[in-house]
Design a protein around this ligand. Structure first.
Ligand code: APR
Ligand code: PHB
Length: 390
């Protein structure tokens, strides 16, 4: 098989790039290790920067997002039994975010690929990139007993944190930067009316909590838990009781509880791999970087990678201009590190740390006090949360 661009990974990053390239007549194939059902069974975050929403529309996949997604112009930070609102619209100069589940977004991307007869190969086993520094790279994968070879011009590593692509960069070339946080997030999805029309990020001495949503009848909640906790340690009743303890009394009192339809614990880590290009391999999304979910930057960090790769491939195939490909890693990393910084800052400000000293906690108090006493600080938070320019 021969294609122009072989994309490893059928998550949001890989699918978005596949769709954008196809619309411009650039042939590509997506190789996904799992079944479609498995990919769509993952529960992920739900806040889209305006830049990601724009990419979805450019990819002709934004119709359901625009119909069912919610425009949010602010969110709350709860602390010391009070609620302070961050006015994103005012402090970002009129921008906002779209609240729309990543699972639904991935479904929209798959359906668009199907509509255009896109080549998405599921259950592709043992995917291996080869000859990445040659002019004729190729990728092999196994389908049952058959080994299939795909010759291509470029390989995109959109295969997430546990994928094969990043590991294909030689150890002497690859540099990895990682920070692991001493806690996780226990997340619950419930068919209940969300407690608040806008998100609530809560700082509390018992730990962080977050009130989010997928729709007006589907709520998403999180509480910070110790790394040693297991999801089976937490009954629904115990979860709801702890969540309410971490919220202002007025919020807890109106919380609509119900059975969890999904409950899981995710660890928090910050991670960046450099460079994001090696020969004709380009890394994108979680394959190259991970953020703690506090700043809702995960999928949105992938968006700028895809945007840069899309325009670089267009320039190459339409004009023979390789400057975008040459500059991709440096350009993508410049924005990736800004998302890393913002996610780290939100995480450090809002969580309790088992090894913190009183001085640390006073600095967290001060961070919040400064935020809500300074328009400049709120402009800084807002421009990061709605999305820095691509
Ligand atoms: N071969 C083929 N596919 C693979 C391989 C492999 N060796 N390893 C992983 N994959 C697939 C995974 O099954 C997954 O569907 O690559 C896909 C990677 O998707 P994501 O992990 O969702 O990463 P990405 O598309 O970059 O999306 C980033 O999704 O995971 C969230 O928090 C993350 O919001 C961020 C966004
Ligand atoms: C979510 O809705 O899952 C969500 C929202 C905001 C975050 C993290 C997760 O910062």
């Amino acid at each position: 098989m021969k294609t122009s661009v072989c994309i490893i990974g059928g998550g949001p990053s890989g699918l978005m790039l596949s769709q954008l390239l196809h619309l411009k007549g650039i042939d590509n194939v997506v190789l996904e290790r799992q079944s479609r059902e498995y990919v769509l069974g993952r529960i992920r975050a739900g806040v889209l920067e305006h830049g990601f929403a724009a990419l979805m529309r450019e990819a002709q996949c934004g119709e359901r997002m625009d119909r069912e997604g919610e425009i949010h112009e602010g969110f709350f930070i709860a602390h010391d039994d009070r609620m302070d609102r961050v006015d994103l619209h005012k402090y970002s100069g009129g921008s906002s975010v779209v609240v729309y589940g990543q699972t639904e977004l991935t479904r929209d991307l798959y359906e668009a690929r199907d509509r255009m007869n896109g080549q998405v190969i599921h259950n592709a086993e043992d995917v291996q990139p080869h000859e990445l520094t040659s002019a004729t790279p190729y990728v092999t994968y196994r389908k049952g007993d058959e080994v299939v070879r795909i010759d291509c011009d470029y390989v995109i590593g959109a295969d997430g944190f546990h994928g094969v692509s990043r590991k294909s960069i030689p150890k002497g070339v690859l540099r990895e930067y990682e920070k692991v946080y001493p806690f996780g997030w226990l997340g619950v999805l419930s068919r209940t009316k969300p407690v608040s029309p806008e998100l609530i990020y809560a700082r509390h001495e018992r730990g962080f909590a977050l009130c989010s949503l997928r729709s007006q009848v589907l709520s998403r909640y999180y509480i910070q838990v110790p790394l040693a906790d297991k999801v089976e340690d937490w009954s629904d009743d115990a979860f709801w009781a702890e969540l309410k303890r971490r919220l202002p009394a007025e919020v807890g009192a109106k919380m609509v509880t119900g059975p969890s339809i999904e409950k899981s614990i995710a660890p928090l880590r910050s991670f960046v791999a450099e460079p994001m290009r090696w020969g004709n391999l380009f890394l994108a999304g979680d394959a190259a970087h991970i953020v703690p979910p506090t700043g809702a930057r995960g999928l949105n960090s992938a968006a700028s990678d895809i945007y840069y790769l899309y325009h670089a491939m267009l320039a190459h195939y339409q004009r023979g201009d390789d400057s975008g490909l040459e500059n991709y890693s440096a350009k993508a990393l410049a924005r990736v590190w800004k998302a890393q910084r913002f996610s780290w800052w939100m995480t450090m400000m809002l969580h309790t740390f088992p090894d913190s000293i009183e001085y640390d906690r006073k600095l967290q108090d001060t961070d919040l006090a400064y935020l809500f006493s300074s328009e400049a600080a709120q402009r800084s938070l807002a421009e990061n949360y709605v999305g820095l320019p691509f």
